[in-house]
Structure formats: C-alpha cells, structure tokens
Design a protein around this ligand. Sequence first.
Ligand SMILES: C[S@@+](CC[C@H](N)C(=O)[O-])C[C@H]1O[C@@H](n2cnc3c(N)ncnc32)[C@H](O)[C@@H]1O
Length: 349
Amino acid sequence: MSKLFFLLSGENPTLPVSEAKAILEAEGYPYSVIEKMDQILRVESTVECVKIVQLRTAFTKLCALELFVAEANYADIGKVVQETNFRDVLSLGESFVVRIKRIKNYADQAINTMDLEVKLGRHILEQTPGVKVNLKHPDKTFVGIITNGKLVFGLKLTELGSKTFSERRPRKKPFFHPSAMPSKLARCMINLAHVKAEDTILDPFCGTGSSLIEATYIGCHTLGTDVAKRMILGCRENLRFFNINAKGVILADARKLPFCKIDCIVTDPPYGRSASTLKSTTKELVQSVLETAYNLLTEGHRICIASPKTLNISIIGTSIGFKHIESHFAYVHSTLTREIAVFEKELKH
Ligand SMILES: C[S@@+](CC[C@H](N)C(=O)[O-])C[C@H]1O[C@@H](n2cnc3c(N)ncnc32)[C@H](O)[C@@H]1O
C-alpha cells in the first residue's frame, strides 16, 4: 500500500470525494482515507488503482504518489523536504519539473507559488545528482497542492485530459435537447452506482443518451428507454456519432419496463420544465420508476437517480425498501437544485 493523493474538481463540494471512493470500491481496491482536504483526498491504497481512477473519473483531475505533507510556510517545507528522498522516484539521467497549485487563496500571504517551484526544483537538483530540469517535456512531474494551510507534495502519476468531457458535452452532440445532462455529471452518477466493466446498465429516461455514452466508455453494456420517439431517434443518432453500440434503445414507458434483471440503473427523470412528464407529476414518475427498479435490480446492486431537491427522494426510496446510501446536491439555477441520490437493494440474509 502507498500513500496517494487525488486532486479533485471544485465543481461540487461532495460529489468528487464520493466518486473517487465509489470507483475504488466498485473496482475492489482496498483503501483507507487518510484525510479529506479542500479539493484533495489523501488515501492509502495500491499504486495500480490510479490508472482505473483516471480512466473512470469525472471529478478527479490528477492522481499522485505522496512524498510529503508540510505546513504551508517556507520554514516547515524546508525542513520536511530535507527528509524526503527523491532518489526513490527519480533515476539517473531523468528530467523533471515542479508545479505548485494553490486551491482558492490558501496561504497566499505565506507562499509565492512560482518562487516555491524554483526553490523545490533547486533542492531536488542538489539532492539528486545526475538529474536535470525540463520545463516543457519532463520525464517526471512533481506536483504540490496548497490547501487548508498545508502543502501536499508528490509525484504525478496520472492526469485527466482537459478535453475528455468537453468533447461530449450536450451541445457537441448531433442531437441536442435542453434537458440533457452534462457528460461529467452523467459519468459521476455511473460511478456512484458502483458499476463494473461488463455490467449492463439501464437508463429508463435516456433522453439524448448521456448516461449510455458515459457508461460505454468504462466498458458497460447499455440499455435505454424513453417514451418520446423523437428522443429515441435522437439518442440513437448520438450513439452512432460516437460509434457506440447499445444493447437496446427502446421506445417504452419507464413505469412498465420490458426487462427482467438489470445490474444497475442510472437515470434523470423529467422535471416538467425542459422535459415533459406527460401528465404525470415528477413525484409519481419517480415513485413508479423506483418501484420498478426495486424489482429489476439484483440484491446488493444500486440505482443512482437525479430529481429536484424539493421532492425529498430519499424518503420515497426508503419507503419502497431501498437503503439510502448517500445524496449530493447540484445547483442548476435559482429555482432548481438537483438531488443526486444513491440507493441500494440490500442483500437479504
Ligand atoms: C430529463 S430528460 C433525460 C435527459 C437525459 N439524461 C439526457 O442526458 O439526455 C427526461 C426524459 O424522460 C422522458 N420521459 C418522460 N416520461 C417518461 C416515461 N414515462 N417513460 C420514459 N421516458 C419518459 C422524456 O422524453 C425525456 O427524454
């Protein structure tokens, strides 16, 4: 086991931490959380887990092997860095760069990030003969994150490409609808549902297909239904655009689904604003789809479902028999905050 840290997106206060933990759990990596900081999650786990975290995540921007944590002031950093052996991670002849990032304005009076990059770079050069600095194409990148009054410093192992999700945002898809979910949020919900590669996931309100597309990229089989023919045709067009073969994209009412067993469900029902609820209320639809989901899911498996916060979906889900695992809140606009709820069909003893 090694000490690792994940640099998390600041887009939501709780989703990034839960997503990172959900990926480790779904993939069966043992881990323990050392510390949760603002936009940093420090964990102990196997180094191999970072590849799969980076492949699956929406909200982990970077994974690193932790080398030290110091108070965010020059005196403490100077002391701690003396005790760090860079020879373990830098071989003779290799080049490196040091990058320091500040979260919000932590320690902005105490530390100048460019100055710290230079100081740490010099120290590494002095302590590790036979290595050199290369600012543009280094063999190794050291990253330091200043947050919560500390500097968390380590060797970068993986980094999320900046275009990964923007290339699949709703407006980039050939079929656009204003009810479409952002691709990052769809991916995060899939992760929260604890899916594994080869699982079959269902989105009973598939709309433009955001969740089906994101699930395919982590190796799942997908099924989508929607009651509107226009959405089904649009969803199929979007899947074709990304060369995705779903198991099925079917015109069906989410309250009467033509399936027997499903590994997991990820969905965003209509709220009656940009997506019609077709004479039902959102509450009736959510109640009905949760009941259907309870029958379709295998024990120990999960549904991740979005709904307006005002609906109190955790009460509806638990009254049906689900275990409510967690809820997160995502602000959309002044009259809509989404609740992203995760429920599990518990194992019967
Ligand atoms: C909020 S949108 C889903 C958006 C989707 N997540 C996306 O990213 O494009 C809800 C969808 O539910 C569909 N819908 C409404 N009532 C339905 C029902 N009873 N059964 C199945 N789909 C329904 C609507 O046509 C709409 O496409």
